[in-house]
Design a protein around this ligand. Structure first.
Ligand code: ADP
Ligand code: MG
Length: 361
């Protein structure tokens, strides 16, 4: 461990595994770092044409853009982000209507202005929601907060399994099909709360990709934001990127390895992350919008590889909820590669996945 420095109040742990390589392109510095952002671990390996200082600068720039994305756009927890602003307005109007009288409470949608970037993100999400029959639904904020599984799994809250009435009440404020997205405006029923947790890390990888493409001195990179990964460019020796897929049931082991050349986006959704066991029941953080409870589709892990971080993340969550057959069909519809693993270990995969995946022994 090389040391640490503070950035934006966060502890930046930079692990400096450094290798100097000399080739016809000049010096390429390999620089590795592990840090946290967006409530998860971010690990970067960058291959930078230049020296160690330049590699460190690039690593810090990636961390900064992730923190900005979370604070200004996606987080529902951080006051002032665009999602938090939408949710606060929705809450406010719902409150006003409640005080005016019960009848008008659920009536009419309200309009909230959104940035063009947010509009584009939402439009892509809504497409996946519609293509998955609502298996992905980022309007379930009220439900995910009721379960509060992220906090429970982190140990900052106790599990309290909601009653059927509470679940039904939360579901009444959800439903992607009740939302209209048009020129700079979001029309939504007051009280609805957005939770972009299912796509945030994928969007983060898209932003990292755009940044890397703007930096000619970066020859190659693998950046993992929790379960979402971007591979970019190439290694000096031309060998493929290796992305390990976590074993859903054997802690510390991996299920297999993906070998990828060039730019790809990989996302894994599983029931082994952010979960608690209560009386033999696994309460995990991927909810089935149809039932309001953690999805039980027979799957325990889904990995999707495609050319967009947002889509990889959105599809991995949607496929998890849909289960093996419908999940595979959804991935194929998007031309994405997918690996879907059932609880008994049975693996299903698209043809393209077979070429990139090697199962562990
Ligand atoms: P991770 O956040 O570990 O990458 P996912 O991408 O699968 O996992 O997203 C899970 C998160 O998305 C949950 O923590 C919750 O905030 C939200 N969520 C849970 N179920 C759904 C769903 N069916 N559709 C949309 N968002 C969901
Ligand atoms: Mg996801």
């Amino acid at each position: 461990m090389r040391g640490y420095k503070r950035t934006g109040g966060k502890l930046l742990l930079a692990m400096g595994a450094v290798l100097l390589l000399t080739g016809c392109e000049g010096r390429v510095e390999q620089y590795g770092s592990v840090d946290t952002a967006m409530g998860t671990v971010v690990s970067q390996t960058l291959y930078v044409r230049g020296d160690r200082e330049e590699a460190e600068t690039e690593t810090a720039a990636v961390m900064e853009l992730l923190t900005r994305l979370e604070e200004q756009e996606l987080s529902w927890r951080i006051e002032g982000s665009e999602v938090a602003r939408i949710n606060a307005l929705s809450e406010e109007v719902a409150g006003e209507r409640r005080t005016r009288g019960r009848e008008s409470a659920a009536e009419d949608s309200m309009a909230v202005s959104v940035s063009s970037t947010m509009q584009q993100i939402l439009q892509q999400i809504w497409q996946v929601s519609s293509d998955s029959g609502g298996a992905l639904d980022v309007t379930l904020g009220r439900l995910s907060r009721l379960w509060n599984l992220d906090a429970v799994a982190m140990g900052t809250a106790e599990i309290s399994v909601p009653t059927q009435e509470q679940i039904q009440a939360a579901l009444e404020d959800t439903g992607y099909e009740r939302v209209r997205i048009s020129q700079g405006t979001l029309g939504l029923p007051p009280g609805m709360q957005l939770d972009l947790g299912a796509v945030g890390k994928g969007v983060a990888c898209d932003r990292v990709g755009a940044y890397l493409r703007s930096r000619p001195q970066i020859a190659g990179a693998v950046v993992a934001v929790g379960g979402s990964v971007i591979t970019y460019g190439q290694k000096p020796d031309g060998s493929p990127w290796k992305v390990a897929i976590t074993h859903p049931r054997k802690e510390g082991s991996y299920l297999g390895i993906l070998s990828l050349t060039g730019e790809h986006y990989v996302s894994t959704s599983g029931d082994y992350e952010r979960y608690v066991m209560v009386d033999g029941v696994r309460y995990h953080h991927i909810l089935d919008p149809a039932t309001g409870v953690p999805a039980r589709s027979g799957l325990c892990s889904v990995t999707v590889v495609c050319d967009s971080g947002l889509l990889a993340d959105a599809l991995s969550t949607a496929c998890f909820v849909l289960g093996p057959e419908q999940g595979l069909a959804l991935a194929e519809r998007y031309g994405a590669q997918a690996l879907l693993v059932e609880e008994d270990g049975t693996a299903h995969m698209t043809d393209g996945m077979e070429e990139m995946y090697t199962a562990a022994e």
